[in-house]
Design a binder for this molecule. Sequence first.
Ligand SMILES: [Zn+2]
Ligand SMILES: [Zn+2]
Ligand SMILES: [Zn+2]
Ligand SMILES: [Zn+2]
Length: 502
Amino acid sequence: MDIFVLSREDHCRCTLDSCPSVIADRRIASLKPHEAVAALAEEGPTTPFVNRVAKATEVDPAYRRAGVAKIFVQKILEGQSTRDRPHWDWPIYGIGTVIHGIREKKEPQDDEILQYLFASYPAIIDVISRSFMRFIPWNLYGLSRRCLVAWMICAYVAAKDPEMKWKMYDEKTLTLVKFCWADTSPDFLLRVYPAKLLMYMTEESTDGKPNPPDRLEKFAKVLGSMPAFTSSLAFILKGKKLTELMLWHEIAVVRSLISEWHPFAKPFLEGDIPKLVMAAIRRFMKTHPDEEFGGLLEEGELLAVQFILACPPSDTMKNFIYLLNDTCLIEVAVEGLKLASIQSPPGSLLPKGSGTFCLIFSTISHALSVTGSRCECGCNFRSSPEFTEAARAAIERVGLQKLLSLSLVINNWQYFMESLGALSNVLGVSGTSVRERHRLDRKCCNVACPARTSGKRSEKKSACQKCQSVYYCDRECQKKDWSKHKSECATFAQERESKESE
Ligand SMILES: [Zn+2]
Ligand SMILES: [Zn+2]
Ligand SMILES: [Zn+2]
Ligand SMILES: [Zn+2]
């Protein structure tokens, strides 16, 4: 199956003798590679046959030996677009398959081919840039074409040539990178290519090869409005169909954009991006409980740590408190602990998987311990009543029940829970305080409530009729909690009456 779908006739599923798809399939099957390349030279730029040659090129080096790269470049540079189809789309797919083919299995003549493709890069990008906006309608074909452009640029990045890579930070490339990323729907599966590309271009290094130090400045220059970019990001993070891989890349993008606390960080905080990232991770875990999400948790934690550790000293505690109060970081972190313990063999001290989440809890503990004006270790953490309260509330929101139930699934629970357990003790988190937190947050007070995970208030809950001060999802939750609530109900009711009569 083809990953890119650029027109109807290229991938028709009928078996009619007159069908262009069928004809192209038979033709490529009947020709030897060098014959197919010769035939390609005579072909229009975007027929199904061009697609078939490109596909065959990826797996068979004989096409490269026969000079297919030059013909694809020629088609891009010399072809003419029609009113509704650019002449360059299958040819750039061909360029990508040549580079990927070389990556798979390099042959002696391939260095020369790569040098030729590197030299042609500016001209290719120039052709795409000139007509890109005309050919990316918001439909399957347009979305597919955006992702194809990103995929081809990714292929150049993946060629791992440092010199070539640095040349790709030109305005035209970066503008394409931006449009492919910002204008592709989060529900579109191939979106992983624009996201990957943006990550490759903005991260510090790709495969150990450094990217230009001013890469973020260069990218910021083509971005235009930062609030607009932030709201695209917010829109994408709210995507309901993001796969683990897609979400991972989007989070990685955020992380590379704020590396070294670049000016991107401020609008991201103002636009609540950390909150949306954590919510997206939680949503993914809830909707795909059986999938592997260790990588996601890890990336989420690294991002959180970056928002706390990479910022200017004066913002450290402010950002920390924000993450505790306004995002579901702790809830995600608890899932990380759970996963780390499951993946680590009993008795092992070094957690596998997303065991790094232990770090969040020990970081909170450390911050709580810094009571003076500076810490011996040189960190920027300072404890404060506001911070203590935020930490306590965040842990209480996760719910003691959930924490205790972790001991049942965790192999070496002591190791993993030590940090969290100690923290709960220091903060005075108890069954009663958890209950009170849920009451104040107007969340269901039933300890065993199936919906009791999110830290958000739910307006749909209904209150106990008598006291009006505890909340439940439904009759079921209320009934389950009655043994606990009956002792406090009268007191709450009285408190309310006296308040009302004041
Ligand atoms: Zn057909
Ligand atoms: Zn310290
Ligand atoms: Zn409930
Ligand atoms: Zn009551």
